[in-house]
Design a protein around this ligand. Structure first.
Ligand SMILES: [Zn+2]
Length: 147
């Protein structure tokens, strides 16, 4: 028997209200369910990824880009751009340690990829001492100033 859209809407709303009222209980039950079905869920997730590879990748890329935009907007005080030459192509912009020592710093905090470093900066509340540079200016800075 087909369920009318109205009935479905009602079910949905009641479900949401129930979940809101019993939040702790629901979270606990979900955690237990995940624990009990760990292997099965892992296989399901893997299958979902296999079936939706492109979609999943696209969504991840979109998310990364939004994050990068947010971070670079902060460090550029507006439109993301290189602090030296002013280029605004987000694809070639990177975060530079103003006083150098970026490599050592990343090693110290155990960060290996650019993406993880961006996450770290956001988590740390956008610490001072960083600026946006393009790859060219970044390399040039390293060559000419040793930073
Ligand atoms: Zn530049």
């Amino acid at each position: 028997m087909a369920v009318s859209a109205k009935a479905r809407e009602g079910q949905h709303r009641r479900g949401a209200t129930y979940r809101e009222k019993h939040k702790e209980e629901v979270l606990k039950r979900n955690a237990i369910y995940r624990e009990d079905n760990r292997e099965e869920l892992r296989i399901k997730e893997k299958a979902f990824y296999q079936d939706n590879k492109e979609k999943v990748k696209k969504a991840a890329n979109k998310y990364h880009r939004q994050m990068k935009e947010r971070l670079f907007t902060h460090y550029s005080n507006g439109v993301p751009k290189c602090a030296r030459c002013g280029i605004t192509d987000l694809d070639i912009l990177c975060i530079d340690h103003v006083n150098g020592g970026g490599h050592q710093h990343r090693l110290r905090i155990g960060i290996t990829s650019g993406y993880k470093f961006y996450l770290w900066l956001i988590r740390e509340g956008y610490p001072d001492g960083f600026q946006v540079l393009c790859f060219n200016c970044n390399i040039k800075k390293r060559m000419t100033e040793g930073l």
